[in-house]
Design a protein around this ligand. Sequence first.
Ligand code: SF4
Ligand code: SF4
Length: 391
Amino acid sequence: MTAKSYVRKVRSGEDRLWRASAPALARLDVELTERCNFACRHCSVGLPAGDRAARAREWPAARWKALLSEAADLGCLVVRLTGGEPALRDDFEDIYVHARRLGLRVMLFTNAALVTPGLARLLADVPPLEAVEVSVYGLTPESSEAATGTPGSFAATRRGLSLLGERGVSFVVKGAVLPPTRGEMDGLEAWAAGLPGLAGPVSWVTLLDLHSRRDAARSAVIAGLRMEAGEFVRLARRGGEAAVDEWREFCGRDGRPRGDRLFSCLPAAASAAVDAYGRLQYCLGLRHPDTVYDLAAGSLREAVTDFLPRLRERRAAGPAYLERCGRCFLKGLCQQCPAKSWAEHGTLDTPVEYFCDVAHAQAVAAGLLERGKKAWTVSDGAARAARRNGA
Ligand code: SF4
Ligand code: SF4
């Protein structure tokens, strides 16, 4: 007789029952603080750890706990705790434990430098149920400290990872391709593969976003760290042609231009984000004042059942956007979106030249566009991709 399993594992959101009665909110992203113990030059968020004004405005633990309870009542299954560096808050453990008591899975984004033996023990005893995501910027003290702008960051992150590993806490490593770390990708992946507790392959931040509060000086620094479109394609090909095949397949499946539709990135009720001061956003990077809901003057329920659905219906009006992005078969592949448009231009609907260049380089590599041709002038983009895919 063979053993029969009465348990079938499915990802949240992928089984029919759940989909038929989707909750008002499936995931909540919580930016507990914009402050960070590191000072990464490429960061689109981080304020200094000692920024008193920011600290004074941050929501206290009691507000976060009430919000998490409200999210759970709305059917939320997952909360992402991020920053800045969330562990910088003295009350981080209190908020974390509350989320777990509510039954929420916790995605924790951290640089691990503030992981103490006590926090590692807590994460082992009350597991987040999602692998902790640890940013590791650099394979050596020199490259790490050049990337983070923080002496001692290399040793601190390594110490935190060791504590997590010793306690059997699952984590994944996120690297960033920056001028000081560009030559280290293979080395970092080989090093990470030997870490106890590693739960998956290294992921990479490659295309940098400008500063999400539109700090012009910070954005200028980030722009200077960006890789060129051709380099992005070269890096994607590091492990062979799988990524390029994927781009082509993706354009074949989803190459329809979006017209004046602005928000095509998230399905209804998928997720929402809240900044450190209790303002709800469509996603973490989108801080345009027209798209932000102040939770102090309303409720999470109203925000996700009324404000966000109305926002999702908002249409693009910018002439350049309608002329280009609205007619472009690379829209699904391209990183241009209202959040990027906000960071770059202070609008919701302006094409972003950097991401436009990258998407065009991808399309040329995938054989979907002739070099120099603009995607929005091509009317048969999806059909081109389908032909190239052999359909
Ligand atoms: S560790 Fe992360 S949040 Fe902190 S400064 Fe660096 S990129 Fe920003
Ligand atoms: S590739 Fe250019 S035109 Fe097309 S969606 Fe991106 S930014 Fe817009």
